[in-house]
Write a protein that binds this ligand. Structure first.
Ligand code: MN
Length: 320
């Protein structure tokens, strides 16, 4: 069975000296940093060992979204160049999502088109809010429009909530180290990303670009659980949108695993959005490829549906 994973990360030395400098701040993360930097034999050996055929790679969070326009443009171009070279060296094993200078939407749209046309990238990754601004802001719509025109998806990846949100929501009668995780992998990353998707829907982005496709990881970042409630309380009579919130979540969003190897959450996602919207991913190197593969192999689905999740849906969405 061919396996294509969609939320797989890398870093460059330049990125680790810039927006990713926190990754080197903890000596305990040296191994993780080595894996992020490797776009060659070691990564491929791990893929072979775990039974992963293709990684669709993206620059790890926070990407370029917290940089100013000029800095972001240079950083995005350098990271995309490094990734394009890795894909050229290992064309059957690596593919890519471009990172963009999202703070400068027209330039981001140009870089997306260049990366897709020149380097064969399959879409873009956007790491959440852009200095506190979200993609429902029409300021960013040139990027959405270009993705729609190129018929490529945007992977909406988690990032830290804005500073004011961390102080209000995630700081309390508990230690700072709890705040830190609570605001990130413990809760904040996921809820923040779910909120971002809802803002895109409620802001009318998918009424303006009905064919635009977004991908989110982590089994839907809690959205499947809330979908019936959203449909009940935010009907089109109130939102003035063309479709129900659930319809956008079923027609404009695809969902991957990214280390959420949790069966009840998977079943809820499957029941709410259907097999054809679910794609495989591991979130390497933050989560294990072998564990992701094992979870996929043991899902209680038909062989045909397992093939759809493992590669068929990705082949259709990314033309890969
Ligand atoms: Mn990730």
């Amino acid at each position: 069975m061919r396996t294509i994973t969609l939320e797989e990360h890398f870093a460059t030395e330049e990125f680790l000296a810039g927006p990713g400098r926190h990754l080197r701040a903890h000596p305990g993360q040296a191994e993780l940093v080595d894996r992020l930097l490797d776009l060659g034999e070691r990564r491929i050996a791990e893929m072979d060992q775990a039974g992963i055929d293709v990684q669709v790679l993206s620059l790890t969070a926070p990407g370029t979204e917290q940089l100013g326009a000029e800095e972001a443009a240079a950083a995005a171009r350098a990271a995309n160049r490094a990734l394009a070279q890795a894909i050229q060296r290992h064309p059957g094993r690596f593919s890519g999502f471009a990172v963009l200078p999202t703070a400068a939407p027209e330039r981001a749209a140009e870089e997306l088109e260049r990366a897709v046309r020149e380097d064969g990238f399959k879409g873009a990754v956007i790491n959440g809010h852009v200095g506190g601004r979200y993609l429902d802001d029409p300021f960013f719509w040139p990027v959405l429009e270009r993705a729609r025109n190129l018929d490529v998806p945007i992977y909406l990846h988690p990032t830290l909530p804005p500073r004011a949100v961390i102080e209000t929501y995630y700081t309390g009668n508990f230690p700072p180290e709890v705040t830190s995780i609570f605001a990130m992998a413990g809760w904040g990353w996921h809820i923040e990303t779910a909120l971002h998707v809802l803002r895109l829907i409620l802001g009318g982005a998918f009424d303006r670009y009905p064919d635009l496709q977004i991908i989110v990881g982590h089994l839907g970042e809690s959205l499947p659980f809330m979908l019936p409630r959203l449909d009940h309380n935010l009907p089109p009579q109130l939102t003035k949108l063309r479709r129900t919130v659930g319809a956008y979540l079923r027609e404009n969003v695809h969902y991957t695993f990214s280390g959420f190897n949790f069966l009840p959450a998977y079943l809820d996602l499957m029941l709410e959005v259907g097999i054809e919207r679910i794609l495989f991913s591991a979130d390497y190197p933050f989560a294990s490829m072998a564990e992701a593969r094992s979870f996929l192999d043991h899902l209680p689905v038909s062989p045909a549906d397992r093939e759809r999740i493992a590669h068929g849906n990705a082949e259709r969405l990314l033309r890969i």
